[in-house]
Design a protein around this ligand. Structure first.
Ligand code: THU
Length: 159
């Protein structure tokens, strides 16, 4: 028997002042985007901004539906839109934040499993690590690659 351990490095910050200008800009765009979320059922509004390697920024937010599973998370709305609009351009970073009943959530909100899988596909597609910025009002986490969020992942190498 061999035991294998996976580790994830998370950089933790107490304030936006500790982030670069570019990172702060992405968080601000994600917050703006959360305001446009369609989340009448959960009242949990998620906003995302995606930085591309051509320096364009694409935003997204969660879109719910009365038939609940038909809705889509903010991360996938944003990343699919980025890939649809700029199919030849790598994604460099993604910022994610959430509001619940219009209040900026204190703790960083990590992407769900399905979104991690979709983000990983984009990371592998363009052979470029995507920096993940999870912004809460009292704490910010930065993870340097989606791979770190999805150890032992299923991917196209296995097909
Ligand atoms: N949601 C996201 O947009 N991203 C996530 O990673 C987790 C959850 C959305 C889905 C749903 O509209 C609401 O948050 C509550 O789950």
């Amino acid at each position: 028997m061999k035991k294998t351990e996976f580790s994830t490095v998370v950089y933790e910050y107490d304030s936006l002042d500790e982030l670069s200008k570019e990172e702060v800009f992405l968080v601000e765009k994600a917050k703006e985007s959360a305001m446009n979320a369609y989340a009448p059922y959960s009242k949990f509004q998620v906003g995302v901004s995606v930085l591309l390697s051509n320096n364009k920024v694409v935003n997204g937010n969660n879109q719910e539906n009365a038939a609940y599973p038909s809705g889509l998370c903010a991360e996938r709305v944003a990343i699919f839109y980025a890939n649809a609009k700029y199919p030849d351009v790598a994604v460099k970073a993604i910022a994610i934040c959430a509001f619940t009943n219009t209040e900026f959530v204190k703790t960083p909100i990590p992407p769900c499993g399905g979104c991690r899988q979709s983000l990983l596909e984009t990371e592998m597609r363009y052979h470029t690590p995507i920096k993940v910025i999870l912004a809460g009002s009292e704490k910010i986490f930065i993870i340097n690659s989606v791979k770190d969020l999805l150890p032992l992942n299923f991917n196209s190498d296995m097909l």
